[in-house]
Design a protein around this ligand. Structure first.
Ligand code: RP5
Length: 163
């Protein structure tokens, strides 16, 4: 794969079962990405280093997923100028995932995180592709085809149930 344009990071290997959906979408759109574990609480220095170096390494967008007290996306966004997409992950002992959702969504003014739905890593992958596709025509063409696929699937179902 050529130099990654998207960085997918997550707080723990236990997030991978959710976060792999973002990777699958980026593969579908043939966007080079990297994927690794960066924990805001357990590896804070690694998080700072990752966020500080992301733009100069050529990344264009970061997808950050975490559960519980999910500070990773917001802390990364506080350091980098790249757009950060936050994925709230429903971790096993959580209060229905509200802890993850609110700790990623409720950012203070000035430090935005584009927050997707609980466990919404697939949409994070698409949103990252949208950002890359704004500057890359080949990716934009693939995104258009994807939307057409979605439309056709709905129209097929319309044909099946209409009476
Ligand atoms: C968060 O705590 C991680 O992002 C994960 O969602 C959650 C649980 O982590 P583990 O205890 O499974 O490593 O930091």
């Amino acid at each position: 794969m050529s130099n990654p344009l998207v960085g997918i990071i997550m707080g723990s290997d236990s997030d991978l079962k959710v976060m792999s959906a973002a990777a699958e979408l980026l593969e579908k759109f043939e966007i080079p990405f990297e994927l690794t574990i960066v924990s805001a609480h357990r590896t804070p220095h690694r998080m700072i280093e990752y966020a500080e170096q992301a733009a100069e390494r050529g990344l264009k967008v970061i997808i950050a997923g975490a559960g519980g007290a999910a500070h990773l996306p917001g802390m990364v966004a506080s350091i980098t100028t790249l757009p950060v997409i936050g994925v709230p992950v429903k971790s096993s002992n959580s209060i229905d995932g509200w802890d993850s959702v609110l700790s990623i969504l409720q950012m203070p003014a000035g430090i935005p995180v584009a927050t997707v739905a609980l466990n919404g890593a697939a949409n994070a992958g698409i949103l990252a592709a949208n950002i890359v596709g704004a500057f890359d025509q080949a990716v934009a063409v693939k995104l258009k085809a994807y939307k057409e696929e979605l439309r056709d699937k709905v129209l097929t179902n319309v044909d099946k149930i209409d009476r």
